[in-house]
Design a protein around this ligand. Structure first.
Ligand SMILES: NC(=O)c1ccc[n+]([C@@H]2O[C@H](COP(=O)([O-])OP(=O)(O)OC[C@H]3O[C@@H](n4cnc5c(N)ncnc54)[C@H](OP(=O)(O)O)[C@@H]3O)[C@@H](O)[C@H]2O)c1
Length: 217
């Protein structure tokens, strides 16, 4: 397993539910966590909520400083944000957890993405970064809940660079209960992002925070 212990983690859109949840778990595991936002003040407030040494700053500063950068913004703002951070993200592992979803009376459904998936969109924009797709199905509610000691699920990790996917698998595993599982190349990210719509349906029907487990590995 790759040693990720010394790596700092930056989170773009880290003021939202998902970003804060991941930030909390990585900070508890001893990582230096940098919360990014369009507003420095919101980032500092979120970092204060998380504690454990987390700090907050503008998305660009966080992108430039962190060793690994997680993108946790809504799909609507995804492409424009990454286009504005190309230089800061050069040479870095960029972890995309964005699920392009729409919602109507029937619930959640997957949106078409011109590039194939949000992760492929990130890779098309960030040609000098190593884009990895992961953390799509992790419930922000469970990540934030202090009563949840172990988050019981596998995190599927997709990408075209073996060292980068190994690193992100190891990063997933610093969250107690989580196993990082390689899930294929970036071109197969669409199904993983879209599957979130099914998981949301499961959650609504069974009033749960469902996760996935892959058997026989
Ligand atoms: N919530 C979950 O359980 C969950 C689970 C898995 C994956 N995800 C994915 O993670 C991403 C974030 O989810 P979330 O629930 O945390 O979303 P969110 O709370 O709606 O947004 C996260 C943050 O993104 C920033 N943001 C909003 N609109 C933006 C824009 N147009 N451009 C740049 N930044 C913008 C905001 O931060 P500032 O205003 O401070 O900049 C906001 O606090 C989504 O793509 C979602 O599909 C969520």
């Amino acid at each position: 397993m790759t040693d990720v212990s010394g790596l700092s983690i930056g989170i773009l859109g880290g003021t939202g539910d998902q970003g804060k949840g991941l930030a909390r778990r990585f900070a508890l595991a001893g990582h230096r966590v940098l919360i990014g936002s369009r507003s420095e003040q919101r980032a500092q407030d979120a970092a204060g909520d998380i504690g454990s040494g987390a700090t907050g700053g503008a998305n660009a500063a966080v992108a430039a400083e962190a060793d690994i950068v997680i993108v946790a913004v809504p799909y609507e703002g995804h492409k424009a944000l990454l286009e504005s951070l190309r230089a800061e993200l050069t040479g870095k592992i960029v972890v995309d957890c964005v699920n392009p979803l729409g919602f109507d009376k029937q619930g959640a459904y997957a949106l078409p993405v011109e590039e194939g998936s949000a992760a492929q969109q990130a890779a098309a924009v960030l040609t000098e970064s190593r884009v990895v797709a992961a953390f799509h199905h992790v419930s922000a509610v469970l990540l934030m809940d202090p009563a949840v000691e172990k988050v019981d699920l596998d995190v599927l990790v997709l990408g075209d660079d073996r060292e980068a996917t190994d690193t992100v698998q190891a990063l997933a595993e610093v969250i107690p209960g989580v196993r990082g599982v390689y899930g294929g190349r970036l071109r197969n990210s669409h199904q993983i992002e879209a599957l979130t719509a099914n998981i949301i349906s499961v959650n609504r029907r069974y009033k749960a925070h469902a996760g996935l487990r892959i058997t026989d590995i």
